[in-house]
Design a protein. Structure first.
Lengths: 491, 101
């Protein structure tokens, strides 16, 4: 029945789709079943809940990759089923799959098999899916907050480790601030346009901006952009990201870095190519400045970091900056570049964080010095890590290189040459800090009493496949770009 | 003179700024959290006022969603703050400094 629910998509190509064909409903059901089954179900399920969750994420991802076709809307336009939402939903499922795989394999102490730790990513993915499909500010707000509240719990899951709780509280303050800005911005836009619906607002916003309500519209747009800036961790709203990335359990760091960031960009694209479409030229300079600030703050801040999770936090800010460049370009090529970049970033970041998650207990921590001599202890893993870091740094022929190339080209064509120069500075800085762990791995000697690093075969396979994806996306992006182009054709 | 839209908006703007100032200035997590709720209340007030003066009901309905979400957020947030207090014996933001360089 569950398979039937999400495969029902096959039939829908008309204007409306029946509400029961919405895949989020199926995911919500699965998450609830996992949660309840993990609490009160038979012992066989309770001990394997993490594995069941990972398998179901994998199944859903396969369905999403091979059976979904765009077209239609549900709930009278509140829910949009278009190419943009499909692309992003695949990315969210991918993030959820890898995160639950990491939960399954990483010996993350007592929380690894807590049922809510396993079930909450499902609700987060439901919320992200609704964000990407939102056709109304009410849907956007409720789904965004559902994601945020779920993330608070996931970040602070390791309650006996003080840093986890501290990260959770810092995330809580930032999330509350972002929610307040979002509500206020929506209220101002609602007041000046008289509607909460995206399609109606798209028609009324340019007129409202030019009329008496101009200042109110400007303030509203500013507040909404601030809220989205918090969500994607763009400077100057970035201060929470390094703390949260460092404090959260490693699988959750990966989940936030990949899926949550993608969800923020889904909202940004949805807004700028939806209700804010008519005023995009007004907002583009602001997005460009956010991009420049994020690139500088993220890449320069990462230079002095000694903790790999914190480093990923800072470099994530920098990557948000590169992604914002593609958004600021305001062209179809820019949007395609953003989606490609997100996929390439997801793969590479999950290679690094996945390996870290599998090894962190054996290594004794996530500091750079804990990686000392990894190449002598486990050459294969060290090379995997090297490829992941090289792709993040943007070295050819990996996915990170091509992503940066496309984003830079889109920005250059849009006349943002100054931004490309700033980004060049960021790339040079990033080479330094991405290669620092490589020095630790290959040129330092391992600690004398290092225990053997036991990492089981399925985990190695999973990370190797991710690395393979990073290479394939970089060398042969043709089919992938064709899919992106086809799904974004009507944007 | 009966209050018009501009008066409601002035109160709401003041509430928002007071809340924002509190979030920036105050160091006690509970007070910061109260200030965040104040900012949310400012948004809700603006929403209701606009809804009333536009003569549309959808804004008022949206406010119920905001209140529900805010309640959920408070439930999780206070639980986190209590857990943090048990672990650290503090509710001051500037003492949360293990996650620094």
């Amino acid at each position: 029945m569950i398979v039937g629910l999400s495969c029902g998509m096959l039939a829908s190509s008309g204007c409306t789709m029946p509400w029961w064909q919405i895949p989020e409903l199926c995911w919500l059901l699965l998450g609830t079943v996992l949660l309840l089954g993990g609490c009160w179900g038979p012992e066989t399920l309770r001990s394997r809940v993490a594995g069941v969750s990972a398998a179901l994420f994998g199944l859903m991802l396969v369905l999403a990759l091979f059976f979904w076709a765009p077209g239609g809307e549900a709930f009278g336009g509140f829910y949009r089923w278009d190419g943009l939402s499909i692309l992003f939903k695949r990315l969210f499922l991918f993030g959820g799959f890898i995160a639950s795989w990491m939960m399954l394999r990483s010996p993350d102490g007592p929380v690894a098999h807590r049922v809510e730790y396993v079930a909450l990513p499902w609700f987060a993915v439901v919320a992200m899916g609704l964000m990407a499909s939102a056709g109304d500010f009410a849907v956007l707000f409720v789904s965004l907050e559902t994601l945020t509240i779920t993330s608070y719990i996931l970040v602070s899951m390791e309650r006996d480790r003080g840093t986890s709780l501290e990260a959770g509280v810092k995330y809580l303050v930032m999330g509350g601030l972002s929610a307040a800005f979002l509500v206020y911005g929506i209220a101002l836009l609602y007041g000046s346009c008289g509607t909460l619906r995206f399609d109606e607002m798209a028609g009324r916003l340019p007129g409202a901006l030019a009329g008496d309500m101009g200042p109110v519209v400007r303030a509203g747009l500013l507040c909404v952009m601030v809220a989205v800036g918090f969500k994607v961790a763009a400077a100057p709203f970035q201060w929470w990201a390094p703390d949260v990335y460092q404090g959260a359990p490693v699988p959750i760091t990966g989940f936030l870095a990949v899926a949550s960031k993608a969800a923020g960009f889904a909202v940004l694209l949805r807004l700028l190519w939806g209700p804010f479409g008519g005023v995009r030229d007004t907002l583009a300079p602001m997005v460009a400045w956010l991009a420049a600030a994020s690139i500088l703050v993220g890449n320069l801040g990462a230079l002095s970091q000694r903790n790999l999770k914190r480093l990923m936090g800072y470099s994530g800010i920098g990557h948000a900056g590169y992604l914002l460049m593609g958004v600021a370009a305001g062209s179809a090529a820019g949007v395609e570049a953003v989606v490609y970049y997100l996929a390439g970033y997801a793969v590479a970041a999950l290679v690094v964080l996945g390996l870290l998650g599998g090894l962190v207990d054996r290594l004794g921590g996530a500091e750079m010095r804990h990686l000392n001599g990894l190449a002598k202890r486990e050459p294969g893993l060290a090379w995997l890590m090297l490829v992941g870091l090289a792709s993040l740094a943007g070295l050819p022929p990996l996915a990170g290189f091509l992503g940066k190339w496309m984003v830079f080209a889109a920005a250059f064509q849009a006349g943002l040459a100054w931004l490309v120069i700033v980004a060049g500075v960021g790339v040079v800085a990033s080479l330094y800090y991405y290669l620092a762990p490589v020095r630790n791995m290959f040129f330092e000697s391992p600690p004398p009493d290092a225990p053997p690093l036991e990492l089981d075969l399925p985990f190695r396979t999973c990370v190797s496949i991710l690395m393979g994806l990073a290479i394939i996306l970089g060398i042969a992006p043709g089919p992938f770009m064709a899919t992106i182009g086809r799904l974004l054709a009507g944007l | 003179m009966s209050p018009g839209l501009i008066h409601y908006l002035a109160v709401s703007g003041a509430l928002f700024l007071i809340g924002l100032a509190g979030v920036i200035v105050r160091r006690n997590i509970i007070v910061v959290y109260m200030c965040l709720e104040l900012m949310l209340a400012a948004g809700i007030l603006a929403m209701v006022a606009f809804s009333r003066f536009l003569g549309r009901a959808d804004g008022q309905v949206f406010v119920f969603f905001i209140i529900t979400v805010a309640a959920a957020e408070v439930a999780v947030g206070l639980a986190l703050i209590v857990a943090l207090f048990r672990a650290r014996r503090t509710t001051r933001l500037d003492e949360l400094n293990t996650l620094r360089f």
